[in-house]
Ligand binder design. Structure first.
Ligand SMILES: [Zn+2]
Ligand SMILES: [Zn+2]
Length: 240
């Protein structure tokens, strides 16, 4: 490209492709992801929230662990998300996964990057970002793994490398008929460390799109710890 064409290209592109709000599609100034209305509608997760799973709590206590995280502890030390999976956020995750709007990964990764500032991740340096894998069949249907996209977009911002030691080998469709314990075991059996899966002594940050029950992240964390990982924490784009 000649030296004259390059400076002209950007304004020309924005003329044909003006910036749009990632939530509602309304035109926004360049460099802005969300219009003011969509931005205001986002439910941010602020303390007090469960130290383990980030479930917000309406009371006035500085730190607490929710009933879900008592006793039958998760294998990850904590799971962080800075926004709730509701409204515009929920739609964006849906559009990324099922509408193939890959570009939304960049916007979601922005919130994940905010999550890296959470006190629970501040004094802990992950060696790598680890995407929760999709089953190969689902990967063929969808053509991409949204957790991969989120990892790579986050990696571009924060510089932590992406490492994919996990693979998923069983299609877990019968989850609904199982109780909590059965669901956990079923999921746990679905993940294995792949051939390049040496995780010995690594501090790993598991990445997925949404945390709901935490059982998928738990299963992945269990496999990573069994494989010799030093510690596992989790970060998701949103929390259910
Ligand atoms: Zn909007
Ligand atoms: Zn909890």
């Amino acid at each position: 490209m000649s030296g004259i064409a390059a400076p002209l290209l950007e304004p020309l592109l924005s003329l044909f492709f003006p910036a749009h709000c990632a939530g509602c599609g309304r035109a926004v100034p360049d460099g802005i992801n969300l219009c003011a209305a969509c931005d205001e509608s986002i439910e941010k997760i602020r303390p007090p929230r469960c130290e383990v799973c980030s479930q917000p709590y309406a009371g006035n206590v500085p730190t607490f662990t929710c009933p879900n995280c008592h006793g039958d502890a998760f294998h990850f030390e904590c799971a962080i998300a800075v926004v709730r999976s509701s409204g515009v956020v929920r739609e964006m995750v849906h559009r990324l996964k099922y509408g193939k709007e890959i570009w939304l990964g960049r916007v979601l990764a922005g919130w994940m990057n905010e999550g890296l500032d959470d006190p629970r991740l501040k004094n802990w340096t992950p060696d790598a970002l680890v995407p929760v894998p999709l089953h190969p069949r689902r990967l063929r249907e969808r053509e991409f793994n949204q957790a991969d996209i989120l990892c790579h977009e986050l990696s571009r911002i924060c510089g932590i490398r992406v490492f994919s030691p996990l693979s998923r080998h069983r299609y877990t469709t019968t989850q609904t008929q199982l109780d909590r314990k059965g669901r956990r075991q079923n999921l746990r059996d679905a993940f294995i460390l792949g051939k390049n899966g040496d995780v010995t002594n690594l501090n790993l940050l598991l990445v997925d799109d949404v945390l709901t029950t935490g059982s998928t992240l738990d299963a992945c964390a269990a496999v990573l710890l069994e494989g010799g990982a030093a510690s596992v924490r989790a970060l998701t784009a949103a929390r259910g």
